[in-house]
Design a protein around this ligand. Structure first.
Ligand SMILES: [Ca+2]
Ligand SMILES: [Ca+2]
Ligand SMILES: [Ca+2]
Length: 267
């Protein structure tokens, strides 16, 4: 049991906690009724502070000893399922930036690696894959990457996390992303010892119309993964897709903990 759980079990502490909760609820209701409240208050969001890298990351899926991905900074933590519970199998994303690139490390625990689509812009959501959405302006850029390293990218109308039926997408858009996949298991064969697959990816910020992005820039961001098995779709989990939506913040702090000279602080 954690210290926090121990405290909540003590009966004498319930009265002040209840009073504090009621006070918070009162503030929440007041805020929601305040028409002058900033628009951000009406659209809850969760920031993901992506640390900066000093050198370009080699996109080769060679993860052993690659320290740039070791820090938990810029991590989504385990994706949440529709009930808000940590997704099983374990799934997580980490984000870095620098050298005019946005870098992703995508981790997918997986007992059954399934993938067959090799055509770019093909229906790779039928395979084990990640679905990323980035919305730096009034469009939504979608980038899907599969266990095979196949990419499907498009620019869409609509809002972050909206249903596919509510948006129009143009797959002619190309992200220019570089991708490498590290697979620990065998593809399309059930019953052996699959464990995981990891994507390493670099997306040029210029592809998102963000040539001038720098420390402090914000990119609305959401990501989803549905595990696919031999029998079809399985568990799904996501980060930033609904309430709250996600937002990448390009942080001036490097993964080594060094801040750029003259750059604004994290808080
Ligand atoms: Ca495309
Ligand atoms: Ca297998
Ligand atoms: Ca799978």
């Amino acid at each position: 049991m954690t210290e926090g759980q121990k405290v909540l079990r003590h009966p004498a502490l319930w009265i002040p906690i209840a009073l504090a909760t009621a006070a918070c609820l009162g503030i929440a209701i007041k805020r929601s009724n305040d028409a002058r409240a900033p628009s951000r208050d009406a659209h809850p969001f969760v920031e993901l502070h992506a640390p900066r890298v000093d050198h370009a990351i080699a996109i080769d899926a060679e993860m052993d000893g690659k320290k740039v991905w070791e820090s938990e900074a810029g991590s989504t933590g385990v994706f949440k399922d529709s009930r808000g519970i940590g997704m099983v199998p374990y799934t997580e994303a980490k984000v870095r930036w620098g050298e005019r690139m946005l870098y992703f490390w995508l981790y997918a625990g997986d007992l059954d690696l399934e993938g067959s689509v090799t055509d770019p812009d093909g229906p790779i959501d039928l395979d084990d894959s990640f679905h990323i959405e980035l919305a730096p302006d009034d469009r939504v850029y979608t980038i899907e990457v599969s266990v095979l390293g196949t990419l499907a990218d498009a620019v869409c109308t609509g809002t972050l996390g909206a249903a596919a039926s509510e948006r129009h997408c143009d797959a002619h858009w190309q992200s220019g992303a570089s991708v490498a996949v590290d697979r620990d298991g065998t593809l399309n064969r059930v019953g052996d010892n699959d464990e995981e697959w990891i994507v390493e990816m670099a997306i040029p910020l210029s592809s998102l119309g963000m040539e001038k992005a720098g420390a402090g820039s914000r990119i609305p961001f959401a990501i989803r993964r549905c595990d696919v098995g031999a029998r079809g779709p399985g568990a799904c989990g996501s980060f930033g897709m609904g309430e709250p939506r996600g937002e990448i913040v390009l942080d001036p702090t490097s993964v080594d903990g060094v801040q750029l000279a003259g750059a604004p602080g994290r808080r």
